[in-house]
Each structure stands twice: as structure tokens, then as C-alpha cells.
Design a protein around this ligand. Structure first.
Ligand SMILES: Cc1cc2nc3c(=O)[nH]c(=O)nc-3n(C[C@H](O)[C@H](O)[C@H](O)COP(=O)(O)OP(=O)(O)OC[C@H]3O[C@@H](n4cnc5c(N)ncnc54)[C@H](O)[C@@H]3O)c2cc1C
Length: 384
């Protein structure tokens, strides 16, 4: 299948990983991204052992190349006490793959630096047309023909609606604020990640990011806030400033310009179909475009990386037939994606349940149950 042409729509984690994998297999790749610059966000994120394994399969070491900091311990607290914890080391116990906290922009740069030379990057390119008959993608003035289109255009993917119906984007009813704080200003923190469930369906979490400093995330019910970053910072301080230490210190150490606000949305129900074929060519949805999950369990990026690795495996095993490869890809991914998406949705329903629901349920869960869930969620190995 040498010198075949792929178009990847979207240069998020899913699109970049797919482009890396395709170029490793000898495809010529056009990577189309609507933003002017390829860059990640100033936020920290968890990459579970499954995501770390997928990165390794793409030739990227999460700690060495992408600055990931191994997390040894995850702790879940209510505002007054610890209610649960699990060992992150147990999550990757089979092969010692760590779970890591990682700076999104640093991970992004590692992915960009691994793009092969057969990847042509087209920033500032808003794909507005996908031709499913002659298989091509284009913006207002240009068109790229392809043997394979990878649609990695995020949770609001218009491409999803082209090939399947009944898989809408759902508003989770909460908004997330996130920030990273450079090491010299970051409050003291251990090697654990902590998430606190407070009253009124509010949550606050924080973790160490090694050389990149520290990060925190917070969710509150409601929609995107229209206020200036300065006012948003004041609101966050009002909502969380009196939570148990070191929450107030994290907020105080954050500059308003370091805040990122994000709507939280997910795809539900999942699409019945994630690929389309015509003749010997095809299109496949990957990453959030196919299965944007509620981020409560922080698995979206790992799933996106796993998608790319599994697509590579399928194309390697079916070098002469894109349709056969996409069929094999779907068979290999469907069960895993449904399992993770279902659990993420359930966790979201618990986290956003009425006052006290999450805290009550969390208090009733033994640590062994939390560990076994986390292990089961990260239970993925690159297919061979
Ligand atoms: C608050 C929050 C916290 C999270 N925390 C974690 C975490 O800790 N761990 C984790 O694993 N996951 C986490 N996630 C989820 C994770 O961020 C996503 O699952 C992941 O980034 C999805 O990557 P993607 O490439 O599929 O989509 P995106 O990152 O959305 O990328 C899509 C890309 O496509 C481009 N695009 C869209 N339309 C077009 C078009 N028409 N033409 C050209 N380009 C286009 C966009 O500009 C974008 O660059 C979190 C999500 C949220 C909201």
C-alpha cells in the first residue's frame, strides 16, 4: 500500500497520532487543521498506562519525549476527608507502564516533532467539504483526493453526521477551568494527584507536572462564563478559595491569563458506524469525533492514541484493502470503546447527580473497587 494518499482532518491528539502512524507505514499524508498554528493548550492532563503504551507504539516515550511525570497515587477526597485512593502503579502493573501527568502543549510538541517527512501540514485550513463518492476533502478553494480520510475533527465533528445518524454531542451541563503554574511559582505538592468532590456538584483537582510545574482543574455546573479572565479568577476564588489546603494556594498562584475555560461535551449514544467505504477507499472517524467521552475519568486522549495505533495495525494486516482494514479496525476497537464510554458516562451521571450523590457513592466504594476499575479501564495493549 505504498504511496497511497491519506487526508487527516484535524491536528488534535487523534489527528497527529494518525498522521505519525500513516507516515510510518509509507503513506503520503495531508494533515488539514483549521487553526493557524499547531499547538497544544496550557493545561495538564492524565495519560493512563494504556495511553502511555499507545505513545510508545508510536515511538514516543511519555516521560523522556513528552515530559510526563509518573503518578504514584490517586486520591479522591470530599471537602472534609479522604474517601478513596488507588495506586497508579497498579494500573500499569503488567508491563510497568506508568500513568503520567503531562502538560498538553508538551505532549503536543512531542507528537508534532514525530510527524514524518511525508506529512504535509496545512494549517489555517477549515475543511468544509467531504466528498464521500470520489473520496476527497476540501476547504473553500482547495481539494485533496485520498484513498483514506481520517476524520479527527473533534467532539463536534460534522463528518460524523455524514456517515451516521443518532450520535449527537451532549452538553454535560458543567464548565471546566484548568491552569498550569510554572515550577517556580507552584505550591508544594507530592507525587499524587488529588481530586476533591465538594458541595453543589463542584470538583477541584490538582497534580504535579514535574519540570512543567503543577496543574489544577475545576468543574462547576452551568455554561461557559462570559466574564474576563480577571473576573473568572475572582469567581473561582469565591467558589473554591476556602476549600481544604492547598486549593487556595493553587488559585492564588495562578495568573488570570493562565486560565483556560472549556465547555464539557461528549458523544452519546455512540455512533453505530465509524467508517464508510466506497470501492477500495474509505473514511474513518477517530478520537473525540468518534467517541468523545465525558472527561470525568480522563480517558479521551488515551483512546485517541489507541485509535491511531490500532488503525496502523489494521492497515498493516490488510495492505491491499482499505475497506478490509477499516472493518478490522472497527472490530478491534468497538468493544473497548463502548466499555470506556459507558463507564465515563456513568461516572459523569454520578459526578453531576444531585447534592451529595457523588460524595455518598464515593464514600461507599472500597479502595479495592476503585483500583480494579482503574486497572480495567487502562487494560489495553497495542494489537499485534
Ligand atoms: C475539561 C477536560 C479535561 C480533560 N482531561 C483529560 C485528561 O486528563 N486525560 C485525557 O486523556 N483526556 C482528557 N480530556 C479529553 C481530551 O482532551 C480529548 O479526548 C482529546 O483531546 C481528543 O483529541 P482529538 O484529537 O480527538 O480532538 P480535538 O483535540 O478536539 O482535536 C480536533 C482538531 O480538529 C480541528 N478541526 C475541527 N474541525 C475542523 C475542520 N472542519 N477543518 C480542519 N480542522 C478541524 C480542531 O481545530 C482541532 O485541532 C479532557 C477534556 C476536557 C474537556
Amino acid at each position: 500500500m505504498h504511496n497511497r494518499r491519506a487526508v487527516v482532518v484535524g491536528a488534535g491528539i487523534a489527528g497527529l497520532a494518525s498522521a505519525i502512524m500513516l507516515s510510518k507505514l509509507g503513506w503520503r499524508v495531508a494533515l488539514l487543521e483549521r487553526r493557524e498554528r499547531l499547538r497544544g493548550d496550557n493545561v495538564g492532563m492524565v495519560l493512563w498506562a494504556s495511553g502511555v503504551r499507545a505513545l510508545r507504539a508510536l515511538g514516543i516515550d511519555a516521560a523522556l519525549d513528552a515530559g510526563g511525570t509518573p503518578v504514584h497515587h490517586f486520591e479522591i477526597r470530599t471537602d472534609e476527608r479522604q474517601v478513596g485512593s488507588f495506586s497508579a502503579a497498579a494500573v500499569g502493573a503488567d508491563d510497568g507502564a506508568p500513568s503520567v501527568m503531562i502538560h498538553n502543549a508538551v505532549l503536543y510538541e512531542a507528537l508534532v516533532s514525530h510527524l514524518g517527512r511525508d506529512v504535509e501540514v496545512h494549517p489555517d485550513t477549515q475543511v468544509s467539504r467531504i466528498d464521500l463518492v470520489d473520496l476527497a476533502a476540501g476547504d473553500a478553494t482547495r481539494r485533496w483526493d485520498a484513498d483514506l480520510i481520517v476524520a479527527a475533527d473533534g467532539v463536534d465533528s460534522p463528518t460524523r453526521a455524514l456517515i451516521t445518524s443518532g450520535a449527537p454531542t451532549v452538553d454535560a451541563g458543567v464548565v471546566a477551568f484548568r491552569a498550569t503554574i510554572p515550577a517556580h511559582r507552584a505550591p508544594e505538592r507530592g507525587s499524587e494527584a488529588v481530586e476533591i468532590y465538594g458541595p453543589d456538584r463542584r470538583r477541584f483537582g490538582y497534580a504535579d507536572l514535574g519540570h512543567s510545574g503543577a496543574c489544577w482543574w475545576a468543574t462547576v455546573p452551568g455554561g461557559m462564563r462570559p466574564e474576563s479572565p480577571q473576573i473568572q479568577h475572582e469567581l473561582i476564588n469565591r467558589w473554591f478559595g476556602d476549600w481544604p489546603a492547598p486549593v487556595g494556594k493553587f488559585i492564588a498562584a495562578t495568573r488570570p491569563t493562565e486560565l483556560t475555560q472549556q465547555a464539557v461535551r461528549f458523544v452519546w449514544p455512540l455512533p453505530a458506524k465509524v467508517y464508510h467505504t466506497d470501492g477500495d477507499r474509505g473514511l474513518v472517524l477517530t478520537g473525540d469525533a468518534a467517541h468523545g467521552t465525558a472527561p470525568v475519568l480522563a480517558h479521551g486522549a488515551s483512546l485517541a492514541l489507541e485509535d491511531a495505533v490500532t488503525l496502523g495495525w489494521a492497515l498493516r494486516h490488510h495492505p491491499e484493502s482499505v475497506p478490509d482494514a477499516l472493518h478490522a479496525y472497527d472490530r478491534a476497537r468497538a468493544g473497548r470503546i463502548r466499555k470506556v464510554a459507558r463507564l465515563c458516562r456513568r461516572a459523569h451521571l454520578v459526578a453531576s447527580g444531585g447534592p451529595g450523590v457523588a460524595r455518598g457513592i464515593l464514600r461507599a466504594m472500597p479502595d479495592s473497587w476503585l483500583t480494579s476499575r482503574a486497572v480495567s479501564l487502562a487494560d489495553w495493549q497495542p494489537p499485534r
